[in-house]
Design a protein around this ligand. Structure first.
Ligand code: ATP
Length: 248
């Protein structure tokens, strides 16, 4: 994915100011920066989640495989399957574990029959590291799982429709350290298969899970590069100040 000169407004207020970035296919990219700097706003532009906020307006160009995702003919439902999203609070549907995964492939016509659908459900749950824990209770409600399991269920749901990119908006902020470690392991396993973009408040997490990091401040992307460089040898003073804990 690629963003060129992207600005986002809420009413008259500019929340993102001319951000340009190439999201690499093979890596995990972390968005870091102090609260309110616009990380989530920018993340949401990447699958048009800002469309759901009436006051939000996006300028600039965002392309996926060279296609402008804001063009009028873009099918937003398709787009959100290609660019999936996992939120801060796990949000499984109030349906069975099986249905949580099967729903997307069904509406996108990805399975011919029950066997194929079963196979997608199994594969997605395996990839999300949840299969062993739930294989004997696929008909139980998704909301009855623990918080960490629910978040892996949401990741499995995103995977089920075979996305190219998975956006994660602080996916561990509602989870305990053990569940967080599992999600981080899972991100490492998914790395390479999907482009992953994660917003995180934790610099340690960014350092652990990502290969590329973008630092945002006051709506601008101040610096973007290899995670190891950003954390050890940033080019910009503002990045240096943030990673050494001077603000944020
Ligand atoms: N729905 C909205 N309506 C109006 N303003 C908004 C809306 N969402 C975010 N903003 C504003 O846009 C700016 C960027 O917010 P955003 O949530 O993107 O930042 P963030 O870096 O993700 O913050 P945090 O780390 O606290 O989640 C903030 O000033 C915020 O108040």
């Amino acid at each position: 994915m690629s963003a060129r000169d992207v600005s986002v407004f809420y009413g008259d207020k500019k929340a993102i100011d001319e951000v340009s970035i190439e999201i690499p296919t093979k890596y995990v990219t972390a968005f870091i920066g102090p609260s309110g700097c616009g990380k989530s706003t920018f993340l949401r532009t990447l699958n048009r989640m800002n469309d759901t906020i009436p006051s939000a307006r996006v300028e600039g160009e965002i392309t996926l495989d060279g296609e402008d995702i804001y063009r009028s003919k873009m099918d937003v439902v398709q787009l959100r399957a290609r660019v999936g999203m996992v939120f801060q609070k796990p949000n499984p549907f109030p349906k069975s574990i099986y249905e949580n995964i099967a729903y997307g492939p069904k509406i996108h016509g990805l399975a011919e029959g029950k066997d194929e659908l079963d196979a997608i459900v199994e594969r997605s749950l395996k990839r999300a590291g949840l299969w062993e824990e739930v294989k004997d209770r696929l008909q139980d409600s998704g909301t009855a799982l623990s918080g960490g399991q629910q978040q892996r269920l949401c990741i499995a749901r995103a995977i089920a429709v075979d996305p190219e990119v998975i956006l994660m908006d602080e996916p561990c902020s509602a989870l305990d350290p053990i569940a967080t470690a599992k999600i981080e392991e899972l991100i490492a396993e998914l790395n390479g298969r999907y482009a992953i973009v994660i917003v995180t408040h934790s610099m340690q997490q960014a350092a652990r899970v990502s290969q590329r990091t973008a630092f945002f401040h006051l709506g601008k992307m101040v610096e973007y590069g290899r995670t190891s460089d950003i954390f050890t040898n940033p080019l910009e003073q503002r990045t240096q100040d943030y990673i050494t804990g001077r603000y944020g």
